[in-house]
Design a protein around this ligand. Structure first.
Ligand SMILES: Cc1cc2nc3c(=O)[nH]c(=O)nc-3n(C[C@H](O)[C@H](O)[C@H](O)COP(=O)(O)OP(=O)(O)OC[C@H]3O[C@@H](n4cnc5c(N)ncnc54)[C@H](O)[C@@H]3O)c2cc1C
Length: 412
């Protein structure tokens, strides 16, 4: 019998396995696809690391993650996090709480005028309120997943790729995990199955809604050698276009400047996606880049396909029911927290530590105000008219309906 079977060897499952194995537990990690696959959410060369959250708990989790990134780098002797700094810009009412939270935590943050920012990082155009935070930058994502696999195995974990889990049965305080050629019994089962979480756990747990979308950021060729920080353009709910949804970017060494529009992809089922860029979304991204990222060639886009699994308010779902732990719903902003999430889950399983209430299955906080305003404006922009309702779930149903188009990549 295993102490723990982890389902899913993406960033999150691999981090959980690393933490459990380094604490001497017998762990098996199963993934349905081959090592290094590009069908989930964790592949690709880079992700943004940043501390700039207005919510104190997310900010502290990111700060804790920074310490764990250092630990993982030290243990593996591999560089995973490069602190190039981050620039964030947007309307004052969105930026001030971020600046306040960073200051309250004693973290360095400076405000620049758009002119000062353009002088320092000429590749970008700026909104009036610009912040620079030095303890931010890029994570080497593919390398992180490889290192977590290697370290988990070095600590004794069993890692099996191409082993889809077909069913999980719970009986009392243990669970049975069934694959095509094996039956594994475990005291605990951690399900970190990304966009497949609902498929795998739908019959066992009543999970909050998680919307799966095929996102399509792209790498663009920089027009001249310039200094590039990681950057975040916070969405502006007052602007009736998809630009208001928020954009992000960073340099992926050797590939160009990656730019994406947060959470604007087409809904899909993870097994029925096209992997092809949606032409309408591609045009919107190019036009965004033309206006806001003048330091790249907008016609040089090399698109990437990746999945978001998004909850109604973009809070993660990390909770336990008996022997089952669900680790899902990372809503397009989870990677930076990877090593801290594994620590959190290992602490809950091995030390009985409480998991944060924000992430509980039954504790869905209402959509925060700017986010709700974004959703409502987006609905209006899509021609669905003002929603005139207050329930987040209804709002999302309306949004989903409004977004349905002939280019939709799946039935869900
Ligand atoms: C385009 C894009 C840009 C992003 N940018 C950032 C960023 O800049 N900063 C940031 O912090 N975050 C970012 N994120 C988010 C971050 O990448 C994700 O939150 C994170 O990778 C989620 O990891 P995961 O382990 O939950 O999911 P996944 O990586 O999808 O892992 C789930 C795994 O479970 C496996 N699985 C599923 N079902 C089964 C089964 N039945 N049996 C066995 N295995 C199964 C799958 O094969 C998969 O390998 C971005 C995401 C995308 C898509």
């Amino acid at each position: 019998m295993y102490d723990c079977v982890v389902v899913g060897a993406g960033a999150m499952g691999s981090s959980v396995a690393w933490h459990l194995a380094r604490r001497g537990r017998e762990v098996a990690v199963l993934d349905r696809f081959e090592a290094g696959h590009a069908r989930g959410s964790s592949h690709g060369s880079t992700r943004i690391f940043r501390l700039g959250y207005p919510q104190a708990d997310y900010l502290e989790l990111a700060r804790e993650s920074l310490r764990w990134w250092e630990e993982l780098e030290a243990e593996s002797g591999t560089r995973l996090l490069e602190l190039t700094g981050a620039v964030e810009h947007g309307r004052e009412y969105i930026m001030r709480p971020i600046q306040g939270a960073l200051k309250a935590s004693g973290l360095p943050v400076s405000r620049l005028s758009p002119g000062e920012a353009a002088e320092r990082w000429p590749g970008l155009a700026y909104e009036p309120y610009v912040l620079h935070q030095p303890d931010a930058g890029r994570i080497l994502a593919d390398r992180t997943v490889q290192v977590l696999h290697r370290r988990a195995v070095a600590h004794g974990a069993e890692l099996r790729h191409a082993s889809p889990v077909r069913r999980i049965d719970v009986a009392g305080d243990r669970a049975t995990v069934i694959t095509d050629d094996a039956t594994l019994i475990a005291r605990r089962v951690v399900v970190a199955a990304g966009s497949w979480s609902q498929d795998l756990l739908g019959n066992v747990l009543n999970l909050p809604r998680m919307v799966v979308t095929q996102e399509q950021p792209a790498h663009f060729a920089p027009s001249e050698a310039a200094d590039w920080p990681s950057f975040l353009h916070h969405g502006d709910p007052g602007r009736p276009s998809r630009h208001m949804y928020g954009a992000y970017g960073l340099v992926s060494p050797g590939e160009g400047v990656k730019v994406g529009l947060h959470g604007t992809g087409i809904r899909c089922h993870p097994d029925q996606r096209t992997f092809r860029p949606d032409p309408r979304g591609a045009d919107i991204l190019r036009s965004y880049v033309r206006e806001w990222v003048p330091g790249v060639d907008p016609d040089s886009a090399e698109f990437i396909s990746c999945l978001y699994t998004t909850t109604d308010n973009e809070d993660f779902v990390i909770d336990r029911r008996g022997p089952l732990v669900v680790v899902a719903g990372f809503s397009g902003h989870g990677f930076k927290f990877t090593p801290a999430i594994g620590h959190l889950v290992a602490g809950a399983l091995l030390d009985g530590a409480a998991l944060p209430e924000r992430f509980a299955i039954d504790h869905r906080l209402p959509i925060e105000r700017p986010r709700r305003a974004q959703l409502e404006t987006l609905l209006a922009a899509l021609g669905a008219g003002p929603p005139g309702i207050v329930e987040p779930a209804t709002l999302h149903t309306q949004l989903a309906t409004a977004r349905k188009s002939p280019t939709s990549c799946g039935p869900r």
